[in-house]
Design a binder for this molecule. Sequence first.
Ligand code: CAA
Length: 259
Amino acid sequence: MTDAVIQITQENHIYTLTIHRPEALNALNKLVFNELEAFFTTHANDPEIKGVIITGAGEKAFVAGADIKEFSSLNADQGMMLSKRGQDIFFLIERFHVPVIAAVNGFALGGGCELAMACHLRIASQSARFGQPEVNLGLIPGYGGSQRLPQLIGKAKAMELLLTGNMVSAEEAFRLGLVNEITDSGNVLNRCREIIQIISTKAPLAIKETIRILENPGLNNSQGYEDEHITFGNLLVTEDSREGASAFAEKRKPSFLGK
Ligand code: CAA
């Protein structure tokens, strides 16, 4: 037995990483980050690996966000560091040399939606729900969502989702271009494996370069990521953000004062 929060399986050189924190709807805490980092650095130059699938344990959630219960003890600098760490780990995923596919079962909210967006493709079950609800916590996204969401779905819809904090269904996410395909919940992992299998028959150097070139400076504004983690840290210590996290833990509506 291990205390790992990510279960890793491998079949035919396709790895499946299952984030397993059912008590917190698979929310991203330090341990999840450490294990993601270890996997993606260990396999950074692995010539055998064909692809990686990231999913969440259970039917209810892919990942319900950053672990809100870890926020209350953080000061602004620690908030910035947390956000920067999340961004850096998600860059490891985005820059991985073979396809990484998010198999989205259930809620993909906040950091969970950001994790899915850092993957190269997203395959969702019909029950998947996507959203960036950080405004309910007095925050902005901290793991690249303010940059990747407008890249994927355009500024108008990204602005709407980020300002309202509303969730969208799998169908709506597909219509917006956030999701590549929707499939039955029992078939999501199989479909991801099929796609990786197809891609693995193509020229490896071309696959690697395709992934790299889509992350070009025209699409990726490093200033935007820096602005995101600094703003995240500064907002994390506002009274409103403390109130948002307390209200979440106490299962009540937050009362925001604009401070
Ligand atoms: N962090 C920590 N714990 C979480 C969590 C999170 N993001 N999401 C859910 N949980 C916990 C709940 O506190 C609850 O624990 P207890 O049983 O101990 O009370 C358990 O998981 C089950 O959750 P709910 O009882 O809330 O389940 P529900 O079905 O009523 O609601 C939900 C499901 C709508 C997803 C709701 O859990 C929810 O709104 N979660 C938070 C979503 C969110 O705001 N995500 C963004 C986080 S901030 C972020 O990610 C910032 C960033 O970009 C870096």
